[in-house]
Design a protein around this ligand. Structure first.
Ligand SMILES: *Cc1c(COP(=O)(O)O)cnc(C)c1O
Length: 428
């Protein structure tokens, strides 16, 4: 269908998909389309936007920075926006985090975390820790390391022979009609057995509290706390992929804080610049850092990207950080704004697993097709919601809302009303 357009799009079947829709302008929660209609961005443009589109404070920060210093090599040189941002990030990250490594997207933030945790053991002469632990349903990005650590899926099947070895655990997601403690204990028992039987695990990587692309699966803080204890006592590093959950999404600055856990490494990207510039960060603690802090050049972390710590990205992130600080009461209490809507959803019989963590609301639609990303109900929901003035992009039969924090009560109620009407229609 898109044969004449030379742009090859992300995650898009170019033959089966319709022509993309042109967006002229973005303002706050709204996107203005070419045909002069406007739609409400309820998924924060792939989870990156925190404070609305074209926010003037972030735009100004980028403009001022662009006139001052647009970019400089980050090895051997530094600049004010990166130094400032580092201080700000460390002020809200869990206390054990003390070092910041910059990259430019979520996948590479994960690559760095994997390389850091792998080399951490080698640098200490421990050469047999060569395997990773990860979760079914996980999504960590589209580069090879990130794909390897992710769940095997339609996204990655083609490349499977090229992946490194990972052992998987089930993600104990909160669901209707399951006993969550039993589910968690099964996973923890399996983990305990794996790490007791083998000392080969370098690290475990998890999306804490919410698995994003895998279907907005939500787990409990208690699970993360027990997970942390097992890993600590068995010499396995803990990596949190907070690329989606960071910067308020789970109702706290980071899922690590919301769950009162202290991972060794944290990956951040998406919300970091408020959706303005590509930027990412991998933070870690002194324990990991010290294994690299050595005169021996073989112990150096040889990783970097041309746009590492790009000053425009850092300036946007500093501005966005201040706005996020102001929005703290909003994201901390966001759950309350979903409460009544959840009650109305509970009255519909064709929905399952209506769930909420912080600013994220998700539900599964019961269909006669297989659950998951390829469930065709996604297309009808996408179409119906668009026609009602909303940007919503279901993950298969999972529909979710993840709006920017600036959304007003009126706007949110508009979305609830429209979505409820559409859901009633499709589940009827
Ligand atoms: C989006 C995402 C990534 C990948 O980030 P990109 O910037 O798209 O490369 C990694 N992990 C999680 C949890 C994500 O949601």
């Amino acid at each position: 269908m898109q044969k004449s357009n030379p742009i090859w799009r992300p995650f898009t079947n170019m033959k089966a998909s319709p022509e993309p829709l042109k967006v002229l302008r973005g303002q706050g929660i709204w996107l203005e389309m070419e045909d002069e209609s406007r739609i409400m961005d309820l998924i924060s443009s792939w989870w990156v936007n925190l404070h609305g589109h074209s926010h003037p404070e972030i735009a100004d920060a980028i403009y001022e920075q662009a006139k001052t210093l647009e970019h400089v090599i980050f090895a051997g040189y530094t600049h004010e926006p990166a130094e400032k941002l580092t201080k700000l990030l460390l002020s809200e990250l869990p206390e054990n985090q003390s070092r910041i490594f910059f990259t430019d997207n979520g996948s590479t933030a994960v690559e760095v975390a994997l390389k850091m945790s792998y080399q951490y053991w080698k640098n200490q002469g421990i050469n047999n820790k060569t395997k990773f632990l990860a979760f079914e349903g996980a999504y960590h990005g589209d580069t090879f390391g990130a794909m390897s650590a992710g769940s095997r899926s339609v996204f990655t099947n083609t490349f499977e022979e090229l992946f490194f070895e990972v052992d998987y655990l089930d993600y104990p997601a909160i669901k209707d009609n399951i006993d969550i403690e039993t589910a968690e204990n099964e996973v923890l028992n399996k983990l305990q057995k794996l790490v007791s039987d083998s000392d080969q695990y370098a690290a475990l990587i998890i999306e804490p509290l919410v698995q994003g692309a895998g279907g907005m699966n939500m787990c409990r803080a208690e699970f993360l706390q027990k997970l942390e204890v097992i890993l600590r006592s068995n010499n396995v590093l803990l990596i949190y992929d907070e690329v989606m959950t960071g910067f308020g999404r789970t109702g706290d600055w980071f899922a690590a804080r919301a769950s009162e856990t202290s991972p060794d490494i944290i990956c951040m990207s998406k919300g970091i610049t408020g959706g303005f510039m590509p930027l990412a960060v991998t933070s870690t603690n002194d324990k990991v850092y010290e294994a690299f802090y050595d005169n021996d050049s073989f112990k150096t972390l040889y990783h970097g990207h041309s746009y590492t710590a790009n000053p425009l990205g850092c300036a946007a992130a500093v501005a966005s950080f201040h706005l996020t600080k102001k929005a703290e009461p909003i994201f901390r209490s966001f759950s309350n704004r979903y409460r009544e809507f959840i009650e109305s959803l509970n009255e519909l019989s064709g929905l399952r697993n209506i769930r909420n963590t912080g600013t994220i609301l998700a539900l599964d639609i019961v269909t006669n097709k297989e659950d998951g990303y390829l469930n065709p109900i996604a297309d009808s929901i996408k179409k119906e919601t668009y026609q009602s003035g909303m940007l919503i992009r279901p993950l298969g039969n999972t529909v979710y809302l993840m709006p920017p924090y600036c959304i007003t009560d009126d706007e949110l109620n508009f979305a609830f009303e429209k979505l409820l009407t559409i859901l009633k229609k499709v589940v009827a």
